[in-house]
Design a protein around this ligand. Sequence first.
Ligand SMILES: O=C(O)CCC(=O)C(=O)O
Ligand SMILES: [Fe+2]
Length: 428
Amino acid sequence: MTMSSTIRDMKEGNEDDKIVVESIVVDMSPYCDAASNSSGRTIIMDEERRDCHSRLNEALRRDGFAYVRGLGIDIRLCEDALREARSFLHDADESVRRSCLTMDRARRGYSPACSENFASLIGERGPNDLVRKFRIGPTTNTNDPTSSSIHRPTSMSSSSSSSSSSSSSSSLHAPNVWPTAEVWDDESASNFRISIGGYFERTCRAADGILEAIRDGIINDVRNDGMIYESMRALMGSGRSGRNVGESEDECRGEHTSILTLLGYRHGRRHTNGGGGGRMRPLVSAHTDVGVITLLHYDGGKCAMLQRAAESYGVADTENIEWIDVDLPRPAPPRDDDPVFVVNVGDCLSDLSGGYLRSTLHRVMPRICHPIADDTASNDTAARTCLALFVGLEPSASMTLPSGEVVSYEEWRRRRIARATAVMRRKE
Ligand SMILES: O=C(O)CCC(=O)C(=O)O
Ligand SMILES: [Fe+2]
């Protein structure tokens, strides 16, 4: 049974729903949401962790993608963040979004539709992506409530933080930009910042648990390769959550480079072209993600569908790939407060693990749907909204590649992008 048919069965109310869900969604609570005993000490059974990391890595090895839950993230946080993202990406006036344009829109702020081209990430030529995006990341500035070094969003001023300073010299660290009360209204601007900032902080922490599980799984499985232990060190320690063992939450640093991207898709011209008998063109071209892992959560918006390649194909044959829908199961009782996420492997983890885990090609395709005339976010079931956390290491994090070469994360990233650019140039 494929991942997509499994989910379809579940949605149609198959009697065996619960069993099916249990069999495909990996419960990450032994790594992300460990229960405490009466004295507050965490109880984690080795066996539970073993089961968790082997199930997760099995899915990631097979598909490059896995469904996870048990991240310790309340469904209300996800619903709030999706609602706020919808309100900004679909309902607000374009002038509100454009107030968040930055010099480096691939890292922070608003990126309008048709301004990015993910096909270039794999050295392919394709139309620009038809999606609106908004990005935030760590600022390493402890005065910024969205700095992941602060684990409790406090008073959210609605003023733009674009002037806030960053203590890091890396181009992967930049100030966040938020819509202000002057261009939006006070309440909208403030709710947006609180929900999106809170979601970012919480998912960054959950991603740490997921990476720990992936690392344990790989080390356990590839025991006879001495180098793998060195390679996996990059996934641990102070790099990502910014918190060192023994530090309190107030003391931790926000030096990882994870970026939260909000993505908004609407019914548009690529739907009507394809509907006329022509070949549908993707809204986001086939690509692999550059970072370590990506953690996705999205609503049921019908106008677009995330798809992954059925198997690991060479980047060269993107034309003849079998694509599988990556639908998101809605949690059902008694787990209806425990949201399901998708994890996928990025190129960095693929390189670090020497191909043990492989980044999988994926894309977003338009789906024919029937948008209603008054399509505000509150009543539009066509618009699709996705929250994507692209997990990155600290710029100076030292990566030992299985070849034995040691390279910083920032340098590895620079080479990865340069490789794709060089392929594009050769094709020109
Ligand atoms: O919208 C989605 O589901 C995923 C988009 C994506 O693959 C990306 O932004 O890297
Ligand atoms: Fe992606």
